[in-house]
Design a protein around this ligand. Structure first.
Ligand SMILES: Cc1ncc(C[n+]2csc(CCOP(=O)(O)OP(=O)(O)O)c2C)c(N)n1
Ligand SMILES: [Mg+2]
Length: 281
């Protein structure tokens, strides 16, 4: 795909497939971080099926673009994308969060192909991304480093130390995406720790910032594929999203941050998925 040739159908279909894997895995397993993974499904689809240069047959290819899921609890979305892209077989999801699984509750780079770094403790993706982006510059490599963060995660001090470092080092090969759904683990981001206007904050830290609808695959594609937005500056995409997007009862409700579906809710989720799936039949 190039900038003038955005395959919206493919990107929407893959976003659906990612959501399908998230919901099915949680329903089968009985629990999982549903809201956070559904929030970023469209972003992951656009990254893996439109923007990033990765090769499932050669996951450690040294010139690949890097992806860091800084908000590691969104990993069911990442697992769905890696299955769809062909890094791992779908049946691996049947072992989700079981002892010894390659797909635990937070991603593990030593267990799963395609995971560039283990995450789960918030606030580490951007510092790690800095290191990878700086290494690319020092090695004369042209790959980009993509870091996906949550808006609640912006309360971590390490994020802001990394934000300052990235602009200081002119890391224009670093692209951060902020999944701004307005919710945290136990309430709104405003209630838990008000981080003010994050687009303004990143601008003040020397980043080039664009704000998009995080469920509009075309806008996401056009924005992400235009990075770096300004030479010599790291790029930030603030993606406005809905936590739990795709399941009517979970949308915009922090109680589905970690979802334990009862029988009725599981049935409703699978029915909603089926109705949505008809678009792709
Ligand atoms: C350092 C650290 N503190 C606390 C947590 C527990 N925790 C997991 S998810 C979460 C909320 C994250 O909210 P946000 O970044 O907005 O992501 P969302 O779930 O909305 O996508 C918290 C506090 C953690 N994983 N790491
Ligand atoms: Mg959030």
């Amino acid at each position: 795909m190039n900038k003038t040739n955005c395959d919206v159908e493919l990107l929407e279909k893959e976003a659906f497939q990612i959501r399908r894997h998230v919901v099915n895995t949680i329903v089968n397993n009985g629990e999982g971080h549903g809201g956070p993974a559904l929030s970023c499904a469209d972003i992951l689809s656009v990254l893996y099926f439109g923007v990033m240069n990765v090769d499932p047959k050669n996951p450690k290819w040294e010139d690949r673009d890097r992806f860091l899921l800084s908000a590691g609890h969104k990993c069911l979305g990442l697992y769905g994308a890696l299955v769809e892209k062909g890094f791992v077989p779908e049946d691996v999801l049947n072992t989700y969060n079981k002892l010894g699984t390659p797909v635990p509750g937070h991603p593990d780079m030593k267990k799963l192909k395609g995971v560039d770094f283990s995450t789960g403790s918030l606030g580490h993706g951007l510092p790690l991304g800095n290191g990878m982006a700086l290494a690319a510059k020092l090695d004369g490599k042209s790959y980009k480093v993509y870091v996906l963060m949550g808006d609640g995660e912006q309360g971590e001090g390490s994020v802001w130390e990394a934000a300052a470092f990235a602009s200081h080092k002119k890391l224009d090969n670093l692209v951060a995406i902020l999944d701004r759904n307005g919710l945290q683990i136990n309430g709104t981001t405003k209630q838990v720790l008000n981080t003010c206007d994050l687009a303004d904050r990143y601008k003040a830290f020397g980043w080039s910032v664009k704000v998009v609808d995080g469920h509009d695959v075309k806008s996401l594609y056009e924005t992400l594929s235009a990075a770096p937005f300004e030479p010599g500056k790291p790029s930030m995409v603030v993606a406005n999203t809905i936590k739990g997007k795709g399941l009517s009862f979970a949308e915009n409700n922090y109680k589905y941050h970690h979802w334990h579906p009862g029988k009725e809710e599981a049935e409703q989720a699978l029915n909603e998925l089926k109705a949505y799936e008809k678009r792709w039949l």
